[in-house]
Design a binder for this molecule. Structure first.
Ligand code: NDP
Length: 485
């Protein structure tokens, strides 16, 4: 249905049917090898969005009447279908946005786990009994769905992020219109093909492919929807928040990060350095939770730098489908251009502490991983989200200064500390201004069943995943029944 030879063609899925998108197609190339065409993207109009939203309204009327266990069974089927097709989904996604296949398979399995986690929520309590002051009154709360939810997702986790929004939205009884990122449209189309196997009622889950400025903006401003969940850049997130606030619809925005890892004098470097490099360079640094600042106590600084230099020489930059790839290319030409500006800035104004290999034997969006020092805490490299394989190192006198620098950021998503000193670890946990606090762990890698989100400009102060997602995708009714009347 969606494959043309070996290529994938983007299509909309509206009211339970595949719809070809009119207009001229644009070739989609593999960022690991920009000579390889992997598919074609067609872009929807505002009318397509409004049609999908109308279908979602019809779907909602059916879906909201299903019992929790009925909704569960659909989500379990979605999980089973995804597990069966995990290799195909991961391969296409790796080809489309350049994440190494091993990591992408992990991402797909995270999607399977998320679907099963939320499927199980269908038979869990959805409210509580609150004793009334009147003995003849039963007072209780119940969660009800919001209605039609718009889901706008980025390209960096083209499988897991859509699922961590779609699965809780569905189990809470909402219908969905999903707009994936431009650099993830083929994966989105294929994922929907997989989910089609679960036979959800028509209109419950709809996919609209197209530009943020057209599809996203129509969802935000014109379409009759009841909520938006967005992940992406802070600039677009601000736009989402103000559009939703004007309409008084519920929204959540998960945005950028400038995550710090603190290394104290007592850290075990043999264990710490590989974890920090993994946080900084896996997925070519394109995670909102990637380690971007490394703050090192001065007593261990020389040893830390030497260990990083040695470890960087073992990092491999390869095409995404190569099992040996530590990191692949960045996802797109736009990413390549933006990140390259930062690497040029690092070479001009900073001091290169360590660099990984430069992949030159293939045409792709490869960036040489860099660890940079010699810049002040106010430098652009330390303050701005780079979203590429570049980490900056700062030296500090003690844990107090480390926490101060860690908090000296617009963002507050994730942060780590490496130490065996429980007092200092607790001091960090208590004083760091981030949503996800990690001790002796990567800044990335928060588990799927735990709340995900940040403070300050990293999010709209809501959380995703776990129980928090159920709070977002539902609203509470307080009910009181006088039974002796
Ligand atoms: P964007 O914020 O532009 O894109 C995220 C999503 O929002 C995409 O689906 C995009 O669609 C959509 N979108 C874009 N404009 C609008 C709009 N006006 N109204 C509604 N939706 C819109 O991020 P980019 O993909 O351009 O990436 C740029 C930078 O953002 C990265 O370099 C990184 O710094 C940051 N980023 C952060 C992420 C995170 O996980 N926190 C994820 C991705 C990016 P479309 O793709 O069609 O433009």
């Amino acid at each position: 249905m969606i494959t043309k030879g070996l290529e994938v063609v983007s299509q909309n899925y509206i009211a339970g049917e595949w719809r070809s998108i009119q207009g001229e197609g644009q070739a989609v190339f593999n960022p690991s090898n920009t000579l390889e065409k992997i598919g074609e993207m067609y872009l929807s109009t505002a009318e397509d969005v409004l049609e999908a939203v109308a279908a979602a309204h019809a779907g909602f009327m059916i879906w909201k009447k299903k019992s929790g266990s009925e909704k569960s069974s659909y989500l379990y089927k979605m999980a089973d279908a995804l597990e069966q097709e995990s290799e195909e989904v991961a391969t296409l996604a790796s080809k489309e946005m350049g994440k190494p296949i091993g990591e992408m398979l992990g991402e797909v399995m995270r999607g399977v786990n998320l679907l099963r986690f939320y499927a199980a929520e269908g038979v869990r309590p959805t409210g509580e009994v609150i004793p009334s002051t009147d003995a003849d009154v039963l007072q209780y709360t119940k969660r009800v769905p919001l209605g039609v939810v718009g889901i706008i997702t980025p390209w960096n986790f083209p499988v897991a992020i859509p699922i961590w929004k779609i699965a809780p939205a569905l189990i809470c009884g909402n219908s969905v219109v999903w707009k994936p990122a431009e650099h993830g449209v083929l994966t989105a189309t294929f994922l929907m093909k997989v989910f089609e196997k679960a036979n959800l009622p028509k209109g419950v889950l709809n996919l609209v492919i197209g530009k943020g400025s057209v599809v996203g903006q129509t969802l935000l401003e014109e379409a009759e929807i009841h909520a938006i969940s967005f992940t992406g850049s802070t600039a677009t997130g601000k736009n989402v928040a103000s559009a939703c606030a004007k309409r008084n619809i519920k929204y959540q925005t998960e945005m950028g990060g400038k995550n710090a890892a603190i290394v104290l004098n007592d850290a075990n470097l043999e264990k710490t350095v590989p974890i920090i490099l993994s946080g900084a360079f896996r997925s070519a640094g394109q995670k909102c939770t990637a380690t971007s600042r490394i703050i090192v106590e001065k007593g261990i600084y020389p040893k830390f730098i030497a260990a990083v230099q040695e470890a960087m020489s073992a990092i491999t930059v390869q095409e995404a489908l190569n099992n040996q790839a530590y990191l692949g290319p960045v996802a797109s030409k736009a990413q390549f251009d933006t990140v390259s500006e930062y690497t040029q800035l690092a070479r001009k104004e900073g001091e290169i502490i360590a660099e990984g290999p430069l992949k030159t034997n293939q045409k792709g969006y490869y960036i040489q991983p860099l660890v940079v020092g010699g810049v002040s805490a106010k430098h652009r490299l330390v303050q701005e989200e780079i979203f590429g394989p570049v980490a900056t190192v700062l030296q500090v006198d003690d844990v107090e200064e480390a926490i101060e620098l860690c908090n000296d950021s617009l963002y507050g998503l994730s942060a780590s500390i490496f130490t065996n000193n429980i007092n200092k670890a607790m001091q960090f946990i208590d004083n760091v201004e981030v949503g996800m606090v990690r001790v002796n762990q990567e800044t990335s890698g928060v588990e799927y069943q735990a709340p995900f989100g940040g403070m300050k400009w990293s999010s709209s102060h809501t959380r995703e995943q776990g129980q928090a997602a159920l709070d977002f995708y539902s609203q509470v009714k307080t009910c009181a029944i006088k039974h002796q009347f």
